[in-house]
Design a protein around this ligand. Structure first.
Ligand SMILES: [Zn+2]
Length: 291
C-alpha cells in the first residue's frame, strides 16, 4: 500500500509532460524550451477552439458573448477586416461545440424577430408598397382577387419564406460544423446568413399582412351584398334591355354598352368600393341573367 502510493507520486511527477504552445509537441518534464520552435514550454495547452460564427452584426456578437457567459461557455472573438466591414469571428472550446450551436440558432431566431420590430415606419412602408405592387401584378389577369384569396397567398408565401430562411441559416450552421460541405469563400457565409435572416423577417411580415387582409373580409362581404341588392333592384333583365334599345348597333356591341352603363351606375352609387370588385360583381350579375 505504502509503496504503491509512493510509486504513484513519483510516477505522476515523472510523467507530467510539458507542451510546446507553438507546435503542440509533448516533451519530458526536464525540458523547458522547444528545440524546434525555441518557445517556452507550458504545462497545459489551451483548449482547442472551434469557429462558431463569422458575422458583421456586432449586436449579434455581443448578445452571443453575454448569453454564453451566462451558460459558462468561454468565447474568443477575433476581428477580420473584410471588403467594407469588420467581420467578427466567435470561437468556442471544441467541447462546447454542440451546445454552442444549439444556443446560437435560438439567438439568431430572436435576432430576426428583433430586426423586424426595429424597422422604421419608412422601411416598413417601403416593404408594404413592394408587397402591394407584387399583389397587383399577381392579381392583374383576374382583375380582382378577394380578400380571403389574397390573405391565403400572403400566408403561404410567408410560411415558405420562413421555412427557407431557417434552412439557409441551418445550412450555415451545419457548414460551420463541417457536417455539410460549404464550397464558398468564408465571406459568403455572412451573405447567406443575412439572406436567411432577411427571409425569416420578410416571412413574418407576410404573416402579419395576411392577418391584416383577413380583417378586410367582413367589409368585402358587406360591400358585395350591398352591390348585389342594388343590381337586383335597379337592373333586372327588363331594365337592362331598355338600355340602348333605340340603338341599331349589333347585339354584341349593345351587350358591352349595357354592361359599361351598369358598371358606371354602380360605381356612382358606391364610390368607395374598389372599381375592379364592382366590375367583377356586374360581370357575375350579367352572367346570371344571360347564361
Ligand atoms: Zn515547438
Amino acid at each position: 500500500m505504502f509503496s504503491c502510493h509512493r510509486y504513484h507520486n513519483i510516477d505522476k511527477e515523472e510523467e507530467n509532460p510539458m507542451f510546446c504552445p507553438v507546435c503542440k509537441s509533448e516533451f519530458k518534464p526536464s525540458i523547458t524550451v522547444c528545440p524546434n520552435c525555441k518557445a517556452n514550454l507550458v504545462e497545459e495547452l489551451p483548449e482547442e477552439t472551434f469557429s462558431l460564427l463569422k458575422t458583421a452584426n456586432k449586436r449579434l456578437v455581443d448578445r452571443t458573448v453575454t448569453y454564453f457567459e451566462h451558460l459558462n461557455i468561454k468565447t474568443e472573438i477575433t476581428e477580420h477586416e473584410e471588403i467594407d466591414s469588420i467581420v467578427y469571428e466567435i470561437k468556442v472550446p471544441v467541447s462546447k461545440k454542440r451546445i454552442a450551436v444549439d444556443e446560437l440558432s435560438t439567438i439568431m431566431k430572436y435576432e430576426a424577430e428583433e430586426a423586424l420590430k426595429e424597422m422604421t415606419p419608412e422601411e416598413y412602408a417601403e416593404l408594404e408598397e413592394e408587397a402591394r405592387e407584387n399583389a397587383i401584378k399577381r392579381s392583374a389577369p383576374s382583375g380582382y382577387t378577394k380578400a380571403n384569396v389574397r390573405s391565403a397567398e400572403y400566408k403561404s408565401s410567408g410560411l415558405t419564406l420562413i421555412v427557407f430562411g431557417i434552412l439557409v441559416t441551418a445550412y450555415i450552421v451545419l457548414g460551420q460544423l463541417d457536417i455539410v460541405p460549404f464550397p464558398f469563400v468564408s465571406y459568403s457565409k455572412v451573405i447567406f446568413l443575412v439572406l436567411g435572416v432577411a427571409m425569416i423577417g420578410y416571412g413574418i411580415y407576410s404573416l402579419i399582412r395576411a392577418s391584416g387582409i383577413k380583417g378586410d373580409e367582413a367589409k368585402e362581404d358587406d360591400d358585395e351584398s350591398k352591390v348585389n341588392t342594388f343590381l337586383t333592384k335597379v337592373f333586372p333583365k327588363e331594365e337592362i334591355e331598355k338600355i340602348g334599345s333605340e340603338d341599331d348597333s349589333p347585339e354584341e356591341l349593345k351587350f358591352i354598352k349595357r354592361m359599361d352603363f351598369v358598371k358606371e351606375a354602380v360605381q356612382k352609387e358606391f364610390p368607395d368600393i374598389n372599381a375592379n370588385f364592382i366590375e367583377q360583381l356586374v360581370d357575375d350579375h350579367f352572367d346570371k341573367i344571360y347564361n
